[in-house]
Design a binder for this molecule. Sequence first.
Ligand SMILES: C[S@@+](CC[C@H](N)C(=O)[O-])C[C@H]1O[C@@H](n2cnc3c(N)ncnc32)[C@H](O)[C@@H]1O
Length: 215
Amino acid sequence: MSDRFKTPLLGNVRDEDFNQVYEPAEDSFLLLDALEKEDNFLQTLKPTVCVEVGCGSGICITFLSQLLEYPALFICTDINPKAAEMTQLTALRNGKVVEIVVCNLVDTLEERLAGTVDVLLFNPPYVVTPSSEIASADITASWAGGVRGREVTDKLLPKVKSLLSSNGVFYLVAIQENDIDDIQQLMCKNGFRMTCVASRRAGREFLTVLKFVRQ
Ligand SMILES: C[S@@+](CC[C@H](N)C(=O)[O-])C[C@H]1O[C@@H](n2cnc3c(N)ncnc32)[C@H](O)[C@@H]1O
């Protein structure tokens, strides 16, 4: 599975670069699988603005840009400046142009993007860790999710409503420990319906890609 996406998309990235940037893993590949499953839905949606929060190596936003048949604007953010550099390279290697912003979640883009985002992706740091480990500007920020593994995700969830366009869709990676029922209830209060697009056990984690659209 991993080689199918990783080798062609990332090219010859040096192993040492993955000491500083999240190396695509089962969670990343499950998100790619989910996007592939959603192909018909996404082509029908004809997205014009696609955003990924926490782009890491850039594998997901680049894959999405390859999947879509219509021209669109691709924007992503990461708190780790090294991830921004690697995403730029990944996109360019694949002949794609992606705008990359180093910021916390969507902080510097929120106003500009309000109501325009047709596809929003987030494979967040979801591992349950001490709160003190979250939001560093290095590789730790890739997995450290704090209490319930939800501290970073919970900061983005309330912003989804104002970011998405009227037909917009949000894909979120989560594990069981993140309390998916609670995420569903929170998003339902904000007017969203949740479905599960893909799931898979990977070692000790049970990974799921959740999809949210307006009710
Ligand atoms: C699990 S990795 C996913 C990387 C990539 N999307 C993938 O699927 O392979 C999470 C990414 O989110 C970034 N991140 C963590 N906290 C963030 C925040 N507050 N704002 C923006 N990016 C963040 C990390 O630096 C990391 O690149």
